[in-house]
Design a protein around this ligand. Sequence first.
Ligand SMILES: Cc1cc2nc3c(=O)[nH]c(=O)nc-3n(C[C@H](O)[C@H](O)[C@H](O)COP(=O)(O)OP(=O)(O)OC[C@H]3O[C@@H](n4cnc5c(N)ncnc54)[C@H](O)[C@@H]3O)c2cc1C
Length: 396
Amino acid sequence: MKRTIIAGAGPVGCVAALALARAGMPVVLLEAEAELPIDLRGSTFHPPTLDMLDELGVADKLIATGLICPVWQHRDRAAGVVAEWDLSLLKDDTGHPYRLQAEQYKLTRIIAEELKRFPHASLRYRTRAAAVRQDADGVDVTVETPDGQETLRGAYLIAADGASSVIRRAVGIEFPGLTFPELWLCASTPYEFARHFDNLAPIAYVADPEEWFVFVKVPGLWRLLLPTAPGETADDIVQRPYVQMRMQRVCATGRDYELGHVTAYAVHQRVATHYRKGRILLAGDAAHINNPLGGMGMNGGIHDAVNLAEKLCGVMRGELDERALDRYDAQRRPIAIEYVQAATLRNKAILEEKDPKVRRARQDELTRAASDPKKAREFLLQSSMIRAVQRAATLA
Ligand SMILES: Cc1cc2nc3c(=O)[nH]c(=O)nc-3n(C[C@H](O)[C@H](O)[C@H](O)COP(=O)(O)OP(=O)(O)OC[C@H]3O[C@@H](n4cnc5c(N)ncnc54)[C@H](O)[C@@H]3O)c2cc1C
């Protein structure tokens, strides 16, 4: 059986590698860095993702590292709680009726360990995919390593090499969309915000016409996500006095916050024009990126990885013909556009709405939905991405 090469050991590349390895498929996972990056971006795992990770035998280990959050909130900075969403309403729809808060690097580490069990799987560090060529039988991936260049031969290449994907560029797939003019600031602190905000859930989206923000708890830390002003640079916004000033505006404590990580992010909404070019397949951020409101980028990428691995297994076993790989594109690309892009833009609009009437109308709608179990369940099926996975299964 010929091997699959995967570029990028982020959460998406790792999940694809594990799914292939467990199915007995030879796989080599390439990571440009010397070790798995300690990446603090993603921290929310939604129920269907946890169900998939369970099938792959790693959910329990991940859950043990995180916070189980059955409830999350929409809040208004002035008025307090607008809507509280209780995921236990999904107990008949998923084995994991909660959001798990665990940093994404915890998943990649668990999977890297797990891959060691499979002699037909390997993870190569300091190995950067730089170029690719393909022919009727396979792909040749040129990699850069500390010992120089090398060419690796495989049957297929999965490009899970993130938003700036070298592979996507190398094969000339466009990545249209937009980049927001403002950077977003993410800062973490052990300070207990629940002392100041009544009934604060571990995940809370706080609307404000001037300065919205998001609270997200991970074990031992609160993370704050804040937009900055267009023109403020990454250098400006990670300076400690600026970060302290922004955090005091969120919650005035009168003394400096103890800070953990502080990071500036450019935020985009983009979807690749194709997910497949012959034997080369894009997945995760290489294929689609979106703003983090709702926690859908990594989750959607993991759903790509599971969908694609299943099809590649079928093709390599001779049970499916290559059209199955077109179905991967046909099932996953519309989800990124119609579902993830739409939902994350809507989430942003809810938080930043400046018109008081529109803001009030949207918030009233959320309050009504949260207090009606039928509407609340439907809202949760959407926001937890269960509907997105169901919809993908019905496509082409
Ligand atoms: C502030 C913030 C918060 C977020 N929160 C969430 C959340 O809660 N939930 C959620 O679902 N999503 C969230 N996201 C999005 C999430 O972080 C990404 O969608 C996710 O990291 C995508 O995973 P990936 O594996 O596709 O790519 P990446 O995580 O970017 O991983 C790519 C990997 O490939 C490696 N690499 C790059 N180039 C090469 C190469 N040429 N050869 C070999 N290796 C290479 C990199 O070193 C890296 O390890 C958030 C994003 C931000 C900015």
